[in-house]
Design a protein around this ligand. Structure first.
Ligand SMILES: [Zn+2]
Length: 472
């Protein structure tokens, strides 16, 4: 780490939104390391145990990155402190949180349960007071809610359809968020040692930019990191990061180890989609540990009854106790997840989970001059999803040079106009990646796979047809 305290993030064109997400992740990481340091637990990374000072050093490093990102993401040039109240939680001092964790540790696991219940009750009260949507949704529920199962389930469709009513800050509206998203400021501009690279950049250009920048810390969408690892392995990318953190998407088994090997770096892990971000870390026994006093994960069956530990769930409901601007309470994440029934042999007291996933495929299309264009699912998904009027979508590669899109428009949007905009964005995006691709609009709306009951966003239907053919 010789004089390169520099972070590269390979993310969508929303620097501040992403900075907020990564800042949250960093806070969780810092807390996890602090927790381990204070609890005297040492985590193994790839079968190796770090030196005794590793957790303390990492907690400090994560805290510094979080602070820098936070300063960037929440800095508001000419604004009175209007939003301050809603953001109290993200502004809470790091030292305060450390003390809080130490106290929780001193008081034992029962105290962590108490904190979780108190935080949930506070979050529900806050959401009811500030958000017309949640006030209505929770109308018939008890005054004080300490048990999440007393509350109804929410979904992406419901929250997006009621976005303005669901947020707790009346100044945040979908229209403003969209205007903000559409403003691609700061991409590629170094800020406080952090430089944001767009995942929409064609891979060869991204490799060249990263070779120039030589980041010490590399954060990014998981499939982007995986693609960069392949470039590094092929010798085209030559960077030497100390820490690599794939976020927002899950990777196939073995991919983490490969990334760690290719970059000779430590690899962190985050589970959950953009905006929901559940920070976890993978222990030496291959389980993900969850910071359970800030996040509630409920693995459930199809009818939302609890799935017992040790069995894969139908889906998982997530409650984020730290996000107050857009409350995420019993949100249906769509993933299948297994909770470990017994204590994890790594010694970490935090709950251990395994994600069976919903996993999106990276797509490969023929490109100009016989070159192959590799398309990252999250980048493609972002290009579609951030088109105004899109409620839900699915996209699959139906033929070598054909992408089929299933689209549902928001209730107040004009479906034909939304489709035209989506078509324009996607065509532009694919062309920038060097792909020569036809778009097809599916006649049916997005839906779960009737066979697996899973909802996938982006996949290679050619591969699936082929593998199904083999099974028969
Ligand atoms: Zn473990």
């Amino acid at each position: 780490m010789t004089g390169r305290p520099i972070t590269a993030m390979v993310v969508g064109d929303r620097p501040k939104a992403v900075a907020k997400l990564v800042c949250g992740i960093e806070v969780f990481d810092a807390l996890t390391h602090a927790y381990c340091a204070l609890a005297g637990t040492r985590l193994q990374v790839l079968g190796r145990e770090g030196p005794p000072w590793w957790h303390t050093a990492s907690a400090v490093a994560n805290a510094i990155v979080a602070l820098r990102l936070g300063m960037y993401a929440w800095r508001q040039p000419r604004r009175a402190g209007k939003r301050r109240e809603a953001q109290t939680h993200t502004r809470e001092s790091f030292v305060g949180l450390l003390l809080d964790i130490r106290n929780a540790k001193k008081q034992g696991p029962a105290a962590i349960g108490d904190r979780r219940r108190t935080r949930l009750a506070e979050l529900v009260t806050f959401a009811r007071n500030r958000s017309p949507y949640y006030r209505e949704l929770y109308r018939s529920r008890p005054d004080r809610v300490e048990d999440p199962t007393l509350l109804p389930v929410t979904s992406k469709q419901a929250l997006m359809a009621n976005f303005d009513a669901a947020v707790t800050d009346r100044e945040v509206t979908l229209q403003k968020v969209r205007a903000f998203i559409a403003d691609p400021d700061l991409i590629g501009e170094p800020f406080l040692g952090v430089r944001v690279f767009s995942v929409f950049t064609p891979l060869p250009d991204l490799v060249a930019q990263l070779n120039d920048f030589r980041p010490a810390l590399l954060f990014g969408y998981a499939t982007a990191i995986a693609a960069l690892a392949a470039e590094q392995e092929a010798g085209r990318l030559r960077i030497d990061p100390v820490l690599v953190v794939p976020t927002a998407e899950r990777l196939p088994p073995g991919e983490h180890e490969k990334i760690a090997e290719v970059f000779s770096a430590r690899v962190g892990e985050v589970y959950g989609s953009t905006g929901i971000g559940v920070a976890t870390f993978r222990c030496a026994h291959g389980w993900l540990h969850v910071n359970s006093d800030w996040v509630i994960l409920e693995p459930v069956e199809r009818d939302f009854s609890p799935t017992p530990p040790g069995r894969p769930s139908h889906t998982v409901l997530v409650t984020n106790l730290a996000n107050r601007v857009q409350p995420i309470i019993r949100y249906d994440l769509g993933d299948s997840l297994t909770t470990r029934p017994d204590p994890c042999p790594c010694g970490t007291p935090l709950p251990a989970i395994r994600v069976e996933g919903r996993r999106d495929d990276a797509l490969r299309f023929p490109g100009a001059g016989g070159r192959e264009a590799r398309v990252l699912p999250l980048a493609l998904g972002t290009a579609i999803e951030e088109t105004p009027g899109v409620l839900q979508f699915q996209a699959y590669q139906s033929q070598d040079d054909e992408l089929t899109i299933r689209l549902a428009a928001e209730p107040d949007a004009e479906p034909e106009a939304v489709w035209r905009d989506v078509g324009g964005h996607v065509t532009e995006f694919l062309a920038a990646q060097g792909g020569d691709v036809r778009l097809r609009r599916a006649s049916e709306p997005p839906h779960r796979d009737p066979r697996t009951q899973k909802f996938r966003s982006i996949w290679d239907a050619r591969a699936r047809q082929a593998s199904e053919g083999r099974e028969r």
